[in-house]
Write a protein that binds this ligand. Structure first.
Ligand SMILES: [Zn+2]
Length: 260
């Protein structure tokens, strides 16, 4: 066990040595960023470009106009937090996907399915605010960094157990894999979802969209994902937890909405 610890420490310190600690601009929280941001940005720009070639892009004029207006306004209020972003907002054609995603550097996509739940521009602003918040808060880099750390731990464990019987070793590695996923990756994802809700709500309000739309919107989203795994294993906060947190944030968001 001593050897495992020593190896793990070595791998961790090698990673940490070249690191940066990044401060999330809106919340002041300190986050681990191991990958240079410009590298991550160019990687995701390339990946997004490929995705656009492989996935049909919606030609629906209403959806595209809605996303362009909302995207412009949200990107404008997020600009002080991320002045170097190259924002791009795309509607992908897939009615079965009630979803949206963002990539580091400023790539945001929604699927046509989201418009079944996002009926108004206020609703869409909640989605776009949430996605832009993931980008501005640097969640992509933090996630990759934690995956790197988890991989470093697995590597150290692999070296440390090399003289074990192979059956035991596989069991230990499998147990570690499950522990690393549930223990490191998921809580961060859930934390990131809450943080993106909070920052995104403020972006929507500052951009002139009614933040009260968030409560009903996430409620309808939760109803769509009935039968989803319980909160413990899911990357998204449960409907009730989310609603409670949004209610807490609402006075501050309403103030920003009225005073903009
Ligand atoms: Zn999210």
């Amino acid at each position: 066990m001593k050897f495992i610890t020593a190896s793990a420490t070595l791998v961790l310190s090698a990673l940490l040595f070249s690191t940066g600690c990044h401060t999330v601009p809106q919340t002041g929280r300190s986050a681990l960023h191991l990958v240079p941001n410009d590298q991550l940005t160019s990687m995701s720009a390339a990946q997004f470009g490929q995705l656009k070639q492989e996935t049909p892009i919606s030609r629906d004029l209403t959806y595209n106009a809605m996303l362009r207006r909302v995207g412009d306004r949200i990107a404008y209020v997020a600009d002080p937090d991320m002045p170097n972003a190259q924002w791009e907002f795309v509607v992908f054609e897939d009615d079965s996907q009630i979803n949206a995603f963002a990539m580091p550097g400023g790539k945001v996509a929604v699927y046509t399915g989201i418009f079944k739940v996002a009926k108004t521009e206020d609703d869409l602003a909640i989605v776009v605010g949430h996605e832009v918040a993931h980008v501005a808060a640097g969640h992509g880099n933090e996630r990759v960094s934690h995956q790197l750390l988890a991989a470093g731990g697995a590597l150290a464990l692999d070296i440390g157990t090399s003289d074990m019987d192979s059956g035991d070793r596989q069991l230990l590695m499998a147990a570690y894999g499950a522990g690393a996923t549930v223990g490191v990756i998921l809580p961060y994802s859930r934390f990131h979802e809450s943080e993106a809700d909070e920052i995104g709500l403020m972006y929507a309000a500052k951009a002139g969209y009614d933040p009260r739309a968030a409560i009903c919107f996430w409620d309808r989203m939760a109803a769509q994902s009935q039968g989803a795994p319980p909160e413990f294993l899911s990357t998204h906060p449960s409907g009730a937890t989310r609603a409670r947190k949004l209610q807490e944030l609402m006075p501050k968001a309403m103030e920003a909405y009225r005073n903009r």
